[in-house]
Design a protein around this ligand. Structure first.
Ligand code: ADP
Ligand code: MG
Length: 690
């Protein structure tokens, strides 16, 4: 625990005023005459409060008396406060604070603390006595701009009140300027660990800051380099797009080195290295790195930790370009010394490495696959597309691939970063951001070491392509994360602020099931872009359509209002019903293929519709075996995204879904609506399909 101490009122006032933040009040000694003179100078009505460095919530113990009208009342107030202080068990106070009684206004909280990962974390929101109860604040990290604070305010109810909710608008500019200045103060004074301005009483014009607490101590945040060295960027690029690969520790199938060698067989210039063998899996085996016919783009290391350090240096000396170090036995088991050696070698030769203690990398464009999972126990994806995944957990990376494969999805690249002492999340994100083959990036993340770098690279990448983030360790998992990876988990609030400011899409209902992420990726990569968030729900068999419609509005999307033309056309499909044609639309249990397909076609033409969800009970008698093929056909001609959700769990439903997957036609069960909501936002932001 760092040493922390509240600084005196006068010192705090001086510091804040240096940053153009005005604090109300004068300090007075505990002498009644001195106090009366000070009050006269301030001008009645006044407020008397203790100026203690130890009492945190002054009003809780009755050490704040408001609206004192004259010197007699001041004397009484002084007595009352002294009584209350001793009742609460505190020592007699030497100093008091006299303030002008501020006009009533709206009480705002502006606070800050130094986050060990991100540096200054500023919060703004509703202030006053009930801050903990109201919990109406929004965070921002780093040096804030006016726009950042504006956005933070827009996330709070306080922001709406300041904007003039049922009344006059208040001085938003003043609030913004205080928050911006506080962020500058925190960035320039790393020993200021915490600031609490509560309340800042805000008026139509101006403000009155009546309570300021400033804590100083040993800095917890150290500025780190955020530029990635150019040689490491280049090395990483070769490493992730290799043409030649050496596997150190290659052996027979069933061993880790053997599995990797087998998984990389698509690579033409593939070199097994193992001093004990002449041939491995039909390939000529080399005794050591020096013997290789060329300096390989990638060395994959799957030997013991000490051997890895030795061979990695050898690899660098021989001109190897980049390494994937799968071996464990480093920082995660207390051998930081060995891990430090890797870092040193990497710096010395300018050679990037992924790992150690990871599953490494998959590049389906070139055939690199360092995952040491036997082929028959997992489901590899070999066909590439624009999806790039970065995972801080190898296991979860594996699970995501299997989940994607189960939905017949493709995958461009995946990197499991492990201990990430060489290149980590920021470097891989930077690389995938620049990679023309990758159009959307998804990250599973537990902790970040250099928050500022992550934020800066993130901002750059999200200008070009969407980045989705799942964060592990935000609740009960937080403790496990700390010991799981050898890195610091950033404070959750700071992390969320970082995601917002970087422009990441954070998947909040997260960690139990990465299916939300997988379904977003699936929607984005298999549909044309939606132009707006007005959704049509078509069902065969009512109930499911109603539940879906409920969820659509619950997530803040809209149910499309069909045009008159659409309603008429839909009505012609079912002659009996005059009210027919409202969204959500139920095509009824006697629906046949033609009615369903025609309804979708009609709705696809309606300019009031952004996307279509169809919930179908395939089980009903008149939908035929040919519907699947006809849906595939229809999808090709559609201009809008169509989510098909076959309902139920019978063998028949299962078989049709499987058949559709084989035709590259994705169908969905839950979760579907949250993924759609995020996909719509991404389409809106980037204005293209993926
Ligand atoms: P604490 O937060 O330690 O309890 P404050 O100085 O914030 O003490 O005072 C408590 C509350 O009293 C404030 O939230 C505010 O509503 C009111 N208050 C304090 N000082 C003044 C003042 N000078 N003018 C008007 N109201 C004040
Ligand atoms: Mg206060």
């Amino acid at each position: 625990m760092p040493d922390r101490k509240q600084i005196s009122f006068s010192e705090a006032k001086k510091l804040l005023e240096k940053y153009s933040i005005m604090v109300s009040g004068e300090v007075s000694g505990a002498d009644l005459n001195e106090m009366k003179a000070a009050a006269k100078k301030t001008g009645y009505p006044v407020v008397l409060k203790t100026n203690s460095e130890t009492i945190v919530h002054k009003s809780d113990i009755g050490a704040v008396i408001l609206n004192i009208q004259n010197s007699d009342d001041l004397e009484k107030a002084f007595g009352t406060i002294n009584g209350n202080i001793s009742k609460a068990g505190y020592e007699k106070q030497e100093q008091f604070l006299l303030q002008k009684m501020a006009q009533p206004g709206f009480e705002v909280l502006i606070g800050a603390h130094q986050d060990p990962v991100f540096g200054p974390l500023i919060i703004v929101g509703s202030g006053g006595k009930y801050v903990e109860l109201l919990k109406d604040t929004a965070p921002g990290i780093g040096l804030l701009t006016d726009k950042d604070v504006e956005e933070m305010l827009s996330l709070t109810k306080a922001g709406k009140i300041i904007d003039g909710y049922r009344g006059e608008a208040l001085d938003k500019k003043a609030v913004i300027s205080i928050a911006v200045n506080i962020s500058r103060l925190m960035a320039e004074n790393r020993d200021i660990l915490e600031i609490d301005l509560n309340p800042v009483v805000v008026y139509k014009n101006g403000y009155s800051l009546v309570d300021a607490r400033v804590i100083r101590g040993t800095p917890v945040f150290a500025e780190a380099e955020s530029e990635i060295p150019e040689n490491i960027r280049k090395s990483l690029d070769r490493l992730l797009n290799p043409e030649s690969v050496a596997v150190l520790g290659a052996s027979r199938p069933g061993t880790m080195g053997g599995i990797i060698l087998k998984n990389c067989m698509r690579i033409k210039r593939l070199y097994p290295v193992n001093p004990k063998r002449d041939f491995v899996q039909g390939l000529k085996c080399y005794k050591n790195i020096a013997e290789l016919p060329e300096a390989p783009d990638v060395g994959i290391f799957i030997i013991n930790a000490e051997g890895t350090v030795r061979e990695f240096e050898e690899f660098c000396k021989c001109g190897g370009k980049g390494a994937v170090i799968l071996s464990d036995g480093f920082a995660e088991v207390g051998r930081k010394d060995l891990e430090d050696s890797l870092v040193e070698i990497s710096r010395k030769y300018g050679v990037a490495y992924i790992g150690p203690n990871c599953l490494g990398a998959i590049n389906n464009f070139t055939g690199l696959n360092t995952f040491f999972i036997p082929e028959h126990r997992t489901s590899n994806i070999e066909e590439p597309n624009g999806i790039g995944i970065i995972s801080q957990s190898g296991g979860l990376g594996l699970e995501i691939i299997e989940m994607m494969k189960a939905d017949n999805m493709k995958l461009g690249k995946l990197v499991s970063i492990g201990n990430a002492s060489g290149v980590g999340l920021p470097e891989i994100l930077d690389n995938m951001g620049d990679d023309p083959d990758i159009s959307v990036i998804a990250i599973y993340l537990e902790g970040i070491k250099n928050g500022k770098q992550f934020l800066e690279i993130g901002k750059k990448v999200t200008k070009k392509k969407p980045v989705l983030v799942i964060k592990g360790g935000v609740g009960g998992g937080a403790e496990a994360t700390l010991s799981h990876t050898a890195s610091l988990a950033g404070d959750v609030e700071a992390f969320k602020a970082c995601c917002r400011q970087a422009g990441f899409y954070i998947i909040e209902d997260l960690t139990e099931d990465p299916k939300i992420l997988v379904n977003i990726l699936s929607l984005l990569t298999t549909n044309p872009m939606a132009h707006d968030d007005r959704i049509a729900v078509v069902s065969v068999g009512g109930g499911a359509g109603i539940l879906i419609a409920d969820q659509i509005t619950a997530y803040g999307m809209k149910l499309a209002e069909f045009s008159e033309e659409t309603k008429l056309a839909l009505r012609s499909l079912i002659s009996a019903k005059k009210t027919f044609g409202k969204n959500p639309i139920d095509l009824l249990g006697d629906c046949d293929d033609d009615r369903l397909l025609e309804a979708i076609r009609i709705i696809d033409r309606d300019p009031n519709v952004g996307g279509i969800i169809t919930a179908i009970y395939l089980q009903v008698p008149y939908l035929s075996e040919y519907l699947a093929d006809r849906l595939v056909d229809l999808k090709h001609s559609m201009t809008k995204p169509m989510i098909v959700s076959p309902r139920g769990f019978s063998d028949y439903v299962f078989n049709v879904r499987n058949y559709l997957y084989k035709k590259d036609f994705h169908t969905y069960t839950i979760p579907m609506i949250e993924p759609l909501n995020i996909a719509l936002k991404i389409w809106k932001q980037y204005g293209r399909h993926f």
